[in-house]
Design a protein around this ligand. Sequence first.
Ligand code: HEC
Ligand code: HEC
Ligand code: HEC
Ligand code: HEC
Ligand code: HEC
Ligand code: HEC
Ligand code: HEC
Length: 318
Amino acid sequence: MKIFPTAFTIICLLFIMTVDSHAARENISSCLICHNRMSGKVTLQSGQEIDLRIDASKFQASVHGFLACTECHKKFDENPHVKPSEKVPADIMKISEEIKSKAKIDPVAYSACYSCHEDIYKQVLSSPHGKNITVKHKPDGALCLDCHGSPHYIVKTDNPGSHVNRKNVVETCARCHGNRNLAVKYKMGEDVLVSYNESFHGKKYHLGDRKAPTCISCHGYHDIKRVDNPASPVFGLNKIQTCGKCHKGANEKFVAAFTHKPAGPIPRITQVTLIILTLSVFIFIVSHVILEAYAEIRDAIFRKKRRTEKDESENECI
Ligand code: HEC
Ligand code: HEC
Ligand code: HEC
Ligand code: HEC
Ligand code: HEC
Ligand code: HEC
Ligand code: HEC
């Protein structure tokens, strides 16, 4: 009869464990029961090809890991994909209409960031990036996920895995601003990335200098302005303040020292002339040495020949 309490304890423990893990799963959210297991891609009616798998552990490790899926996917309700019991708030609904050209899967979820990051969302929508989407109805301007990566795996900015971490931010902007077609389409500097990389700043940045400026040190990020907008940090004399963050005593003359524009004809001509000059000096020295050597050798042979001739004639005399 001693076996009974032991078995009872084991059964109780097993029961508690099952309930526990079930509760944990409920907490992760019922959506993950399917979406953590799915694999492969599906094509939606809209023609958009999407990956349905959400990696549960990566999601939970992200800054939004504490949120229920439906905090963003407000149009969805528990299990599976039925209409929500409460209506999507009007302001979110309005934004979701405006950003349709960008969000092809769930514009409501993409607008939901607004409910917690309202000021940032407003700034982005009023920048040239946002207006490209809301006014021009194009998908080319940057919205949250273009800079922050997948909505499910966003990590803190100071995490080296973040797309906007100092280590990665230049590459993130460059995904669009290093694209020639896009630069031509919107008439905005075709050599922006090249000129940055070739500048003293870009070189220092790629060498790992923590103080060298990245794109956002001069342009900002959420509230980016067109460079011909008088409020832009790189417009005219605003640069004194922008460059002055790092260059104490920067003045009007100093701030002209950085531009993305290709160097004008004068520096190029000077450069080419300098190269030609150096080359001709080099050629002159080398040919001089060769000629000198040639003269030496010729002299030596001539002298030797003369000496043998002299020897021969002396021999004849004897
Ligand atoms: C029973 C399994 C199941 C559950 C539970 C489930 N989904 Fe899905 N989900 C799917 C399938 C299958 C698809 C792809 C089908 C389709 O829409 O073409 C999908 C597609 C999606 C999409 C892509 C866009 C769309 O409209 O199809 C989103 C977003 C999504 N699910 C979110 C959620 C959220 C949020 C929850 C929890 C509230 C959830 N899912 C729960 C099976 C499930
Ligand atoms: C922080 C907000 C947020 C949270 C939380 C969130 N999502 Fe999403 N999700 C989005 C956004 C934004 C999109 C992309 C919408 C678009 O591009 O139209 C998306 C897209 C999707 C898609 C389409 C495939 C893809 O990867 O683009 C699925 C499936 C999905 N979410 C499921 C889930 C599930 C399941 C959860 C809970 C574990 C969840 N989401 C939590 C914001 C969120
Ligand atoms: C053009 C690129 C870009 C876009 C678009 C963008 N972000 Fe950011 N975001 C950044 C950068 C870069 C940082 C980090 C800057 C730093 O601290 O180094 C950042 C930081 C943040 C932060 C941390 C707080 C802060 O202000 O530094 C939050 C929250 C955030 N973004 C949310 C959003 C949301 C929500 C959207 C969409 C409405 C969005 N971002 C769109 C580039 C962008
Ligand atoms: C329900 C509220 C909520 C929603 C919706 C939401 N966020 Fe957040 N987000 C937060 C909170 C809270 C944090 C801070 C988490 C922390 O400090 O660990 C955060 C952090 C972030 C950060 C990192 C900031 C940093 O300090 O580095 C970014 C980027 C971000 N969110 C972008 C988004 C984007 C993009 C969306 C929409 C797809 C979104 N968020 C939707 C609440 C939300
Ligand atoms: C998804 C692509 C994309 C990403 C990522 C992106 N941009 Fe842009 N950016 C654009 C487009 C497109 C325009 C032009 C919009 C228009 O004119 O309609 C633009 C415009 C600009 C302008 C204004 C240019 C002008 O003509 O005055 C600046 C400055 C700028 N971006 C800086 C940045 C910085 C800095 C980053 C990174 C933090 C960044 N962008 C990330 C696509 C992008
Ligand atoms: C985030 C900080 C930062 C900003 C903003 C910044 N710079 Fe610099 N700059 C640096 C660093 C770091 C160096 C390398 C200094 C060194 O190695 O001595 C540098 C070097 C230079 C040099 C090379 C000569 C020198 O002084 O070493 C010039 C010229 C220059 N910057 C001009 C500018 C101009 C013009 C602007 C504004 C449009 C600007 N910088 C904005 C950090 C910055
Ligand atoms: C040291 C400051 C500084 C840094 C760093 C910087 N820019 Fe600029 N950017 C400027 C200035 C000043 C202008 C205005 C005129 C010009 O020189 O082209 C400008 C102009 C632009 C323009 C508009 C060009 C046009 O002709 O319409 C874009 C787009 C741009 N920058 C993107 C970037 C990107 C992307 C990066 C990072 C790879 C970056 N910038 C790094 C200072 C900077």
